[in-house]
Design a protein around this ligand. Structure first.
Ligand code: MRU
Length: 368
């Protein structure tokens, strides 16, 4: 997607052919900076400090992290240690394990001298496949949006098609296009008068900082709202659809996504508003059924709750401000699970399905 008219991805192989550049998302929306990752440890740090974040992008960064590790030491022991180090960075998004296993399984049978190069090729393939899957999600979601927009009552004629989204499931969370935002970009390009309500998404404000940033660079009309405003807007007919991404989708269609997603699904259900979840195959964990009981939920630092980051008005300096009293405890579960019954449909690269085992199997086939 574009920043100031220039096409960008979030990650890529650097010009030296052996290191990796990423957009540093901790600096957005105020500074557009890239960082170079030269070691597996730097890749692991980038994931855990959220220089890169978003389920698909974490997976691709992990794959490149294994490449960096193999460049230093292609032996089995070093490979296993690198796999474990990268996997331990963030527990919830299943894409990380999926991508790490894919690279490891590919290189293990190879001679040592071929492993780093094979990992490089595979990481590149994972990145390119992610772009293709996200674009296909965009096409399928566009069809849904067009149907919904066409079915609106006559009094909504001429009004924008209002979509609410939570967190950042845009191109910054993937390699390009995004998951939940891909249908929005497609709709905007297709001439649908789309407007996006952007949940700020406390505590880290991925909506206010990242979703607003990327929608703005693409010229998509949007408005940032506090997380608690969504239910009110839904009650007053100001939301036509909700669309979010997911970090782990279970075989029966429960979806784990950024904390607060569940509350938006409840509000959408209460108001008869479609609640869509957009995902590539790499986000499905076929081994899990009951998402509430089984998906590991990352607890991040209480400091993300007690403090908020931003730019000094009119200045360049980025700083953190303390919000809570000295001595108060803070707790920071980073994700929650929305049960399948609250999800109107899953939008995948293979098409649209009900959030159910039958729906997912209909798209992806039975397990071997
Ligand atoms: O903690 P983050 O910023 O990595 O969380 C990201 C999300 O929850 C996204 O909605 C999810 O990864 C889907 S991304 C395409």
């Amino acid at each position: 997607m574009r920043i100031d008219g220039e096409a960008w991805r979030t990650i890529g192989l650097a010009a030296d052919g052996c290191s990796v550049w990423v957009i540093d998302q901790t600096q957005l929306p105020h500074r557009l900076e890239t960082r170079t990752l030269r070691t597996c440890e730097q890749a692991a740090e980038a994931i855990s400090t959220m220089v890169v974040r978003g389920a698909p992008l974490i997976g691709v960064t992990g794959a490149y992290g294994l490449m960096l590790a193999l460049q230093q030491d292609p032996g089995d022991q070093a490979l296993e240690a690198a796999h474990a180090r990268l996997l331990g960075t963030r527990p919830t998004a299943v894409n990380l394990q999926w991508a790490l296993d894919r690279v490891r399984d590919l290189v293990v049978p190879l001679p040592l001298q071929q492993r780093a190069d094979a990992a490089k090729q595979e990481a590149g393939r994972i990145a390119d496949e992610d772009v293709a899957m996200c674009e296909a999600i965009g096409e399928h979601g566009l069809g849904l949006f067009q149907q919904l927009a066409a079915a609106r009552p006559p009094e909504k004629e001429g009004q924008p098609f209002n979509v609410l989204t939570h967190c950042n499931a845009g191109w910054l969370a993937t390699v390009d296009w995004g998951t939940a935002l891909a249908p929005i970009y497609k709709a905007h390009r297709a001439g649908l008068n789309v407007h996006v309500w952007v949940d700020e998404t406390r505590p880290r404000n991925q909506g206010a900082s990242l979703t607003a940033y990327e929608l703005g660079r693409e010229g998509v009309p949007h408005t940032v709202i506090v997380d608690n405003a969504g239910g009110h807007l839904m009650q007053h007919g100001q939301v036509d659809a909700v669309i979010v991404g997911t970090d782990r989708t279970t075989a029966r269609g429960d979806v784990c996504n950024k904390i607060g997603t569940y509350l938006k699904a409840l509000a959408a259900h209460d108001n008869g508003i479609p609640f869509y979840v957009a995902l590539p195959a790499s986000t499905i964990d076929w081994s899990l059924g009951d998402g509430v009981a089984e998906v590991p939920i990352e607890a991040r630092s209480p400091r993300e709750v007690s403090h908020i980051g931003g730019r000094v008005d009119g200045g360049e300096e980025l700083l953190a401000v303390q919000l809570i009293p000295d001595g108060s405890e803070a707790f920071n579960p980073a994700f929650d699970v929305t049960p399948a019954r609250l999800v109107s449909a899953l939008i995948t690269e293979k098409g649209v399905a009900s959030a159910s085992e039958a729906g997912l199997r209909g798209l992806y086939g039975a397990l071997d």
